[in-house]
Write a protein that binds this ligand. Structure first.
Ligand SMILES: [Zn+2]
Ligand SMILES: [Zn+2]
Length: 174
C-alpha cells in the first residue's frame, strides 16, 4: 500500500480509538479516582440551564492540559524515532478538535457558536451528553461517550435504573 494511505489509516484508527479510550477514561478515571478534577465539570456554570457565575475555566480543563502534553510528547517521540507515531498523534489531535467543538461548543456553549442541531444524529449526541449531566454526583451516571451515543430512550431508562440502585445503596449505607 502507498505510504499516504497507511498514514490515513493510522489517523482514522487513532481517531476512532480515542472515542473508546475517552469512554473508558471518562467512566473509570474521571468518575473514578480522577473525580477530584472532573467534579467541577458536573457542577459547572457551563451547563446551559445554569447561570454563568464563575470564571472561564474549570478544574476539569486540567485533563485537556495533561492530554495535550501527552500528545506533544507523542509527536516529539514520533519525529525522533518512529514516524508512524506522528500519524497516530495527528488522529488524536483531530479527535481533540472535534471533541472540543462538540462537547465544549455545542453542548456546553463555551465557544461562540449558537447553532444547535434540530434533528438527526447530532441532536441525539447532544441529548445523550445532557443525560450524562443530569447527575451531578460521581455515581449513578450514564452515557460516557462523546462522539458515539446510544439511543436516548435507552439511556433515560438506564439512568432511572441507576438512580434507583444508588438510592437503594445510600439507604443501605445508613
Ligand atoms: Zn462526567
Ligand atoms: Zn460535559
Amino acid at each position: 500500500m502507498m505510504e499516504w494511505l497507511w498514514t490515513l489509516v493510522l489517523v482514522v484508527v487513532a481517531f476512532l480509538g480515542m472515542e473508546v479510550f475517552a469512554w473508558y477514561a471518562h467512566k473509570y478515571i474521571m468518575h473514578g479516582w480522577g473525580w477530584g478534577w472532573h467534579k467541577s465539570h458536573h457542577e459547572s456554570h457551563h451547563q446551559p440551564h445554569l447561570k454563568n457565575t464563575g470564571g472561564v475555566f474549570e478544574k476539569n480543563d486540567l485533563y485537556v492540559v495533561v492530554f495535550s502534553l501527552v500528545v506533544i510528547g507523542l509527536f516529539a517521540v514520533g519525529d525522533l524515532y518512529w514516524k508512524p507515531l506522528m500519524a497516530i498523534a495527528s488522529g488524536i489531535t483531530l479527535y481533540g478538535v472535534v471533541y472540543s467543538l462538540f462537547h465544549d461548543g455545542m453542548v456546553h456553549r463555551r465557544w461562540p457558536i449558537r447553532w444547535q442541531p434540530k434533528s438527526g444524529y447530532l441532536k441525539r449526541l447532544v441529548q445523550a451528553h445532557r443525560i450524562h449531566h443530569a447527575v451531578r454526583t460521581r455515581e449513578g451516571t450514564v452515557s460516557f461517550g462523546f462522539l458515539y451515543a446510544p439511543d436516548v430512550r435507552k439511556l433515560k431508562k438506564r439512568l432511572k435504573q441507576q438512580q434507583a440502585a444508588s438510592l437503594a445503596g445510600a439507604r443501605h449505607d445508613r
